[in-house]
Design a protein around this ligand. Structure first.
Ligand code: SF4
Ligand code: SF4
Length: 298
């Protein structure tokens, strides 16, 4: 029987904490997903070729996954510039996936040297000089780290020769086409302007007093749940906006306001509409929302 061709998958790391690798290792169907591919090289998983063979030769590569921020000069592995290894395989790959915010926009590691460190094709929102060369095969998967199922979605779409719709920063629309706020279970509290006074409470929205970035952040954390069951906002922790080019931000845990009005409006909400609605809502006092549910139910 003729054996079906398996796309060759190569995972390269640049400047990284390994977070995306570890996140992917937590995928409950990891080996079933990987069975659709030939793993040419992965820094942790057993694969066909080791790092030295990768550096020494030109190995086949259909899908290149890049993890970690990019530095054009000065970041070496086995005495070789990592940037040249990545660019070499990027030239040959049919698809390039930037896994995580560092590989996509520069992320946390960019803070160390903002001039020299960036994402592979983007430097925050700006295009790098590599963009023109690789844009036609680029898929951006920002996240710190990425959800393992975001990556498996993209890999299986490629393996099945399905088209993935992308936005202007090359993020799959299916995964980043709405905000973390959209699917949040606390929306009712957001609408009625009832804020949680602390982390970890079941009641209240985390926007004003805990600095939740959910209304500004594109991502599916409240749609494709972490560990199949939860998200930051579900357990009462504010979203930090880790999928955005602006990540990491300083002054977390507090939403900047001018006279009680957010300095930045939630994504796509006109200031006038927001002010009108909040003005109306604040004139009501809804008992259920101003008490903890267990006290209200007594
Ligand atoms: S907790 Fe965050 S994501 Fe949830 S409703 Fe409030 S602002 Fe939106
Ligand atoms: S909820 Fe926000 S901070 Fe958490 S993983 Fe999703 S985008 Fe990142």
């Amino acid at each position: 029987m003729e054996q079906q061709y398996k796309p060759k998958l190569l995972w390269l790391q640049s400047i990284t904490c390994n977070g995306n690798t570890h996140s992917f290792l937590n995928h409950p169907e990891l080996f079933s997903i990987l069975s659709h591919f030939e793993l040419v090289h992965h820094p942790v998983l057993e694969s066909s070729f080791c790092m030295q063979e990768l550096i020494d030769g030109i190995l086949p590569c259909d899908i290149l996954i890049i993890e970690g921020a990019f530095m054009e000069k000065g970041y070496l592995k086995s005495g070789v510039e990592v940037s040249s290894i990545i660019e070499h395989y990027a030239d040959n790959a049919k698809h390039i996936i930037s896994a995580g915010t560092c590989a996509t926009f520069g992320g946390i590691f960019k803070q160390k040297d903002p001039e020299a460190i960036s994402g592979f094709c983007f430097d925050e929102e700006e295009k790098t000089r590599r963009y023109a060369k690789y844009a036609s095969k680029l898929i951006s998967l920002p996240g710190c780290p990425i959800h393992p199922k975001w990556l498996s979605y993209v890999l299986l779409m490629i393996a099945n020769d399905r088209k993935i719709s992308l936005d202007a920063l090359h993020r799959p629309v299916e995964l980043y086409g709405y905000t973390v706020h959209t699917g949040c279970t606390r929306n009712e509290y957001f609408e009625w302007k009832i804020d949680a006074k602390n982390f970890g409470l079941k009641e209240g929205c985390l926007f004003y007093e805990q600095g939740c970035q959910g209304p500004y952040t594109r991502g599916s954390c409240n749609k494709i749940l972490w560990n199949d069951m939860s998200s930051k906002t579900r357990i009462g922790t504010p979203c930090f906006g880790c999928t955005e080019p602006t990540f990491p931000q300083t002054e977390l845990f507090h939403t900047k306001t001018n006279m009680g009005i957010p300095a930045t409006m939630p994504l796509g909400i006109p200031r006038r509409a927001y002010l009108t609605l909040t003005g109306v809502v604040k004139s009501f006092k809804i008992k259920r929302f101003s008490e903890r549910l267990m006290e209200y139910d007594r």
